[in-house]
Design a protein around this ligand. Structure first.
Ligand SMILES: Cc1cc2nc3c(=O)[nH]c(=O)nc-3n(C[C@H](O)[C@H](O)[C@H](O)COP(=O)(O)OP(=O)(O)OC[C@H]3O[C@@H](n4cnc5c(N)ncnc54)[C@H](O)[C@@H]3O)c2cc1C
Length: 422
């Protein structure tokens, strides 16, 4: 592996993320309180850690509906056979060692008036402050023929874990000359650049393992984030493999036959060997059931505090929240965790919360030695989120830069893994 040359800004971004999670214990003498957190992913586990660090006397309860968690960042590399599934898997031993009460059960309902969470295994847990980070729910209502019951045949792999392994296995069995169809969702969705990263790494696999095989991308929108950078990568590396159709070129998938793996657009009928439909998304189901969503399907919040606009003493962070310019990213969820915890603790202790700021680090790989830096930082200006710094790759960068950025993406992944679950 090459020696990293991290720029000062990138080092600062990592520092900011670390600071978000290992904040000084400023409220040692606060009255005992109970902070309950739903979801042990990026936002939830980061919030649990920040809450225990900021308010050591508080009882911090983390509800996770799975004993192991698989990170989505890095999952496209697993699909392409570049990494093992173990590289994106984490557990909760270190979180438990920090004094956090991790309970492996699903939150089934919330009574916001009584300040209670009811769980699948029959517990009723009282809270003073509730932080929800349940990720996304997949919404198949706009695509006929498929639903949650057909994901074994037509995987989304947009929640990492068994779906990641399934899509990797399907890719590995595609015939030479075969067709992989990738359907990109309309916005907003989890991790704006990640479908294009998936396209790159699937194409990388096809190029090196399946002569004559092709990738067709059907996009339900006009364009996608960082399209110029990804198109440059496709043109450089995969020009004979990738075809992209935007919605204007009949890119929206309207119906799917899961038996024959046929995708129907407005005017076309495409038979695939592997069909990967990433459906539109909404806030996680518990947020919908709790009444924390509005008619957008996402959770409106006070952007300064992340407290729900609809439920008092309930904070919504991560992909489920409606967050103005902030992208739906794990790194952003972790910095939102700090803002929400800061605000909840300030409320509980009668102190003043710090000024909020956030980061987003969606590093992508176009090939094992071709990385793209897609980082940004944000702060609050006149009550709104404003991007105040970027660390974006540029068009036409040389091969050394692309390679060093690919290594950087791997370093970043290990870093955030240990910051949150380590
Ligand atoms: C392919 C891909 C690549 C990505 N790459 C990047 C990247 O490079 N950088 C980046 O920053 N982000 C990346 N992301 C985005 C990132 O994964 C998400 O933004 C992040 O996971 C959001 O965190 P979250 O806490 O909202 O949800 P999650 O991390 O999904 O965590 C939610 C957790 O809550 C659990 N849960 C849900 N409901 C309940 C309930 N009722 N009770 C108990 N538990 C519950 C879920 O099972 C899950 O474990 C990527 C995403 C994808 C799909």
């Amino acid at each position: 592996m090459k020696v990293m040359n991290l720029s000062r800004r990138r080092a600062l971004q990592i520092g900011a993320a670390a600071g978000a999670l290992i904040a000084a214990p400023a409220y040692l003498h606060a009255a005992p309180a109970r902070i309950v957190i739903i979801g042990g992913g990026f936002g939830g586990a980061a919030a649990a850690r920040a809450a225990k660090a900021q308010m050591p006397n508080a009882e911090v309860v983390l509800l996770s509906d799975q004993k192991r968690f698989w990170m989505c960042p890095g999952s496209n590399a697993v699909i392409a056979g570049m990494q093992d599934i173990g590289s994106i898997e984490v557990g909760y031993d270190a979180v438990i060692k920090r004094g956090i009460d991790v309970r492996f059960t699903r939150a089934n309902a919330i009574d916001a008036d009584k300040h209670h969470v009811m769980t699948a295994d029959g517990q009723t847990i009282r809270y003073d402050k509730l932080i929800m980070s349940p990720g996304v729910a997949l919404n198949y209502s706009g695509i006929e023929g498929i639903n949650e019951m057909t994901v074994d045949r037509v995987p989304h792999a947009w929640k990492a874990g068994p779906q990641t392994t399934l899509l990797a296995d399907q890719l590995a069995t595609i015939p030479d000359g075969g067709l992989f169809v990738l359907s990109m969702p309309r916005a907003p969705y989890r991790c704006p650049p990640a479908p294009a990263e998936r396209a790159c790494l699937v194409a990388h696999y096809l190029k090196h393992n399946k002569p004559g095989a092709r990738l067709l991308i059907l996009d339900a929108k006009d364009s996608f984030p960082f399209q110029d950078l990804f198109t440059e990568a496709w043109d450089t590396l995969y020009s004979d493999i990738i075809e992209y159709r935007a919605i204007a070129d009949d890119g929206a998938v309207r119906e799917v036959d899961p038996e024959t793996l046929t995708a129907f657009t407005d005017f076309d009928e495409i038979k695939a060997d592997v069909l990967n439909v990433i459906p539109p998304q909404t806030a996680g189901q518990i947020a919908i059931d709790a009444g924390a969503t509005d008619d957008t399907g996402w959770c409106p919040i006070d952007i300064k505090t992340f407290e729900s606009s609809l439920l008092k003493d309930v904070y919504v962070i991560g992909d489920s929240a409606l967050t103005e310019a902030l992208p739906k990213a794990g790194s952003t969820a972790a910095s939102q965790a700090r803002v929400a915890v800061n605000s909840a603790v300030a409320d509980l202790t009668g102190t003043t919360a710090q000024r909020p700021s956030w980061i987003a680090n969606c590093y992508s790989q176009a090939a094992p030695d071709y990385g793209l830096r897609l980082g940004a930082s944000y702060h609050l200006e006149d009550g709104h989120v404003v991007r105040n710094g970027t660390d974006f790759s540029v068009l036409g960068a040389d091969a050394d830069t692309r390679e060093s950025d690919a290594r950087y993406a791997e370093v970043w992944l290990e870093q955030i893994k240990s910051e949150i679950w380590g």
